[in-house]
Design a protein. Structure first.
Length: 236
């Protein structure tokens, strides 16, 4: 089981925040507790239909990617991973995530900041670069699943170097709410989610004082939020 275990470092809003509750309800999965909350009332979508729409992001839980899922290198121990992670997070301090907005990103709907958040981009950059020594290389099958033929030359280079194409200057923070949808369905879902988001109280600034460590035990399993690691804590 350990060989197939994947780790991910995600921005996960505080469990008590309206943002975490909203995202978890939309996906139908709370990655920290394992609960499956009911989705908000979304006009035009029944419960089963919405579960299918949210099936892909549900596997990962509500999150914003900072370092994409990876397996640990063969010679890396859990202590090595923890030390590298602690050293990076000690350099970063709590910050305010501005109110997000629902937006179409290609065929998906996601929550995004209305403008770049430099402190968030710096945190993601640190996690990508500083944890690279503990990451196992992608297998050829994992690379193929990323459809490198559809990536730019720069993105393909990042996929090869860092295991994920959307890092560094290609990084765009987002918190996915749906799987890929046809244009008409996507636009309807976007309007419904915008209304639900506005009525949820989740469209407020949120203080981020930790990074979420998510784990997927097997390829078929959902990711679980196993710990929230504080920002700005000195290394032991």
């Amino acid at each position: 089981m350990t060989a197939s275990r994947r780790h991910a470092l995600y921005l996960a809003p505080p469990a008590e925040s309206a943002l975490w509750r909203f995202g978890s309800a939309v996906l139908g999965y709370d990655a920290e507790t394992g609960a499956e909350p009911e989705a908000p009332d979304l006009p035009g979508f029944d419960a089963q239909g919405w579960r299918e729409i949210a099936a892909e992001p549900r596997r990962y839980g509500f999150h914003g990617t900072l370092k994409a899922p990876f397996r640990l290198a063969e010679d890396c121990t859990g202590a090595d991973f923890d030390a590298a992670l602690a050293a990076c997070l000690a350099l970063h301090h709590p910050f305010e995530l501005p109110p997000l907005v629902a937006q179409a990103l290609g065929p998906f709907v996601a929550l995004v900041p209305p403008a770049p958040v430099p402190v968030l981009e710096d945190l993601a950059r640190c996690l990508v670069l500083d944890l690279e020594p503990v990451r196992a290389p992608l297998s050829p099958a994992e690379i193929a699943r990323r459809r490198p033929d559809r990536l730019s030359a720069r993105q393909s280079g990042y996929l090869e170097a860092y295991g994920y194409p959307y890092v560094l200057d290609e990084f765009r923070f987002h918190m996915t709410l749906t799987g890929p949808l046809p244009e008409g369905v996507r636009d309807h879902a976007l309007n419904a989610l915008r209304d639900a988001f506005a009525g949820s109280g989740a469209d407020k600034p949120v203080t981020i004082d930790h990074v979420g460590h998510f784990v997927q035990e097997t390829p078929q399993a959902r990711f679980r939020l196993v710990r929230r690691i504080p920002l700005g804590r000195p290394c032991p």
